[in-house]
Design a protein around this ligand. Structure first.
Ligand code: TXE
Length: 493
């Protein structure tokens, strides 16, 4: 068993209590690493380290250009370790090595992109309507940013928060998921290697239910960046509200992949398969509802099932594996629970529908790729986030009906559209209530492109030019330049 330490003030440390917990390999269902089990006092230590670093000349004294260079160096250091980090992620969360490798090789781009923005926070000169007053603004960092991250893409979802927060001059306390802390702790030494001063990034590990509140409520945490489920998001939001604290949050979804009669069916089938079975459906943007035009419904389903049946399950470290295990035991139970709910609601199970009892799946937490047809838009399987390899197929007759069904959930993270009609591309992009609309493609992301939710999927944006604005505050400076005497001091000017 590998035993890990947290990162506080640049030092590898145990939890103050000395307690640890086990991290599981979802492919074997067995523990493989020991992670420090932090408590509130460890959160205090982490925030104090970040607060100290925020005020230190080593960090605050850097020019934004120098800060950007440090982030570029961090990108290089991560790039050199990308494959190694990917392997740790696969062992810890069971996602395919091919996917994690691609993700980790691309991850440095987030640091490079925001490194480039570090010295472009320019402030403004305001042509103020008060004679004799010179008014300008400063774009200042907030202070300590706390990031709470889930298990499905541990390093990527952390990087989406860390890169803009550091570029803007904040310091960082990172709480990975208790289900996937290993890659964060493996990354811990890289910050010093890149030349970041100690305490700029701190990692505190443990259970959300034990340290989440302490972190979110901590008076020295200036902002919380959260990705996770909406129920947890609501708790985080409440705690933040009680402490008058801003948050940015991404809370998952129930994304619709809409296939029109004029779509290139081959592409659409592959796109919808990838939307739901890639990452074993454990992605916030999973296209978990396929809305299919009635005229092509049967042909689409037939071709979809034919392709889905070929999915090779097994060891996620094998490059030939196409569908891996579910990351956590509770999530495995949740997915199977939703399969039962769908059956009891009257949906027709056209594929899968239970645990995968294949020899290549060993003792891991595997669920068969599952497809339900005859799904009504108001069924729970069509409304609630499953976060697993379970697709609900819903037929539609008109564009209006497709839009109504697609928009008819509380979520609004992403949507996919498959059509060859340019006018339809444009109108659907406009009418869909989702933070991202993919047209004739799915799951493309980039540091340059804003990402975030509409409705219950969250608020604020990660990636893209404006993401750095989540981590700055604007200060307005007003200077009297005319030399005029202060007029009547009892009247506000
Ligand atoms: O996520 P949680 P879980 C959805 C998905 C899944 C469900 C639950 O539907 O089935 O959420 O997954 C920390 N205060 N998504 O339980 O609980 C926790 O330690 C502060 C969608 O894994 O949201 C972890 O670091 N923090 C999602 C992080 O919150 C708390 C990705 C996320 O955990 C806390 C993952 C508390 N009270 C799951 N309780 C997406 N948007 O992509 C827990 N945490």
């Amino acid at each position: 068993m590998r035993k890990y330490k947290m990162l506080l003030a640049g030092e590898p440390v145990d939890a103050a209590s000395g307690e640890t917990f086990e991290s599981f390999n979802p492919y074997t269902g067995r523990p493989w690493a020991l992670i420090p089990r932090a408590a509130a006092e460890d959160v205090d230590r982490a925030v104090a380290a970040a607060r100290h670093a925020f005020r230190s000349p080593e960090w605050r004294g850097l020019t934004p250009t120098a800060r950007g260079k440090l982030l570029s160096r961090l990108a290089d250091v991560i790039a050199a370790r990308a494959d190694e980090l990917a392997e740790y992620e696969t062992r810890d969360n069971g996602k395919l090595i091919l996917e994690m490798r691609a993700q980790l090789r691309y991850l440095p781009e987030w640091f490079r992109y925001f490194a480039g923005l570090a010295d472009k926070l320019e402030g403004r000169v305001i042509p103020i309507d008060r004679p004799g007053i010179f008014n300008y603004t400063l774009e200042e960092p907030l202070g300590v940013v706390a990031a709470i991250v889930p298990w499905n893409s541990p390093l990527m979802l952390a990087a989406w928060k860390m890169a803009p927060a550091l570029a803007a001059g904040n310091t960082f306390v990172w709480k990975p998921s208790e289900h996937s802390s290993v890659s964060a702790l493996e990354m811990a030494p890289l910050f010093a290697e890149a030349g970041l001063p100690p305490g700029v990034v701190n990692i505190v590990t443990g259970f959300g239910t034990e340290i989440g509140d302490a972190l979110v409520a901590h008076p020295d945490v200036a902002k919380v960046a959260f990705t996770g489920g909406d129920a947890t998001g609501a708790q985080v939001y409440q705690t933040a509200a009680r402490n008058i604290k801003p948050v940015v949050m991404e809370l998952g979804g129930k994304s619709a992949n809409i296939v029109f009669a004029d779509a290139d069916l081959d592409n659409a089938v592959k796109g919808v398969v990838s939307g739901i079975f890639a990452a074993t459906g454990q992605t916030c943007v999973a296209g978990s509802r396929a809305l299919v035009h009635r005229s092509i419904h049967d042909e689409f389903v037939e071709r979809f099932l034919a392709l889905a049946r070929t999915a090779r399950m097994g060891d996620p470290l094998e490059e030939s594996t196409q569908v891996g295990p579910i990351t956590t035991r509770p999530q495995y139970d949740k997915v199977l629970g939703y399969i039962d709910i769908a059956k009891s609601e009257g949906a027709r199970c056209a594929l899968g529908g239970g645990p995968a009892a294949r020899p290549e799946c060993g003792d891991g937490w595997f669920v068969e790729p599952t497809v339900f047809t005859d799904v009504g838009p108001s069924m729970r399987i069509a409304q609630e986030e499953v976060f697993g390899p379970v697709l609900a197929v819903i037929p539609f007759d008109t564009d209006d009906e497709a839009v109504e069904i697609a928009n008819g959930t509380q979520y609004g993270l992403a949507a996919g559209v498959w059509t060859s009609d340019v006018a339809r591309c444009l109108t659907m992009a406009q009418r869909l209530e989702a933070g991202t609309v993919w047209i004739n493609t799915y799951r493309v992301s980039s540091p340059l492109s804003p990402f975030g939710g509409y409705k219950r999927s969250g608020f604020g944006r990660e990636s893209g030019l404006l993401a750095i604005r989540e981590f700055v505050q604007e200060k307005s400076v007003l200077i009297e330049t005319s030399g005029a005497k202060v007029p009547n001091p009892f009247i506000v000017r």
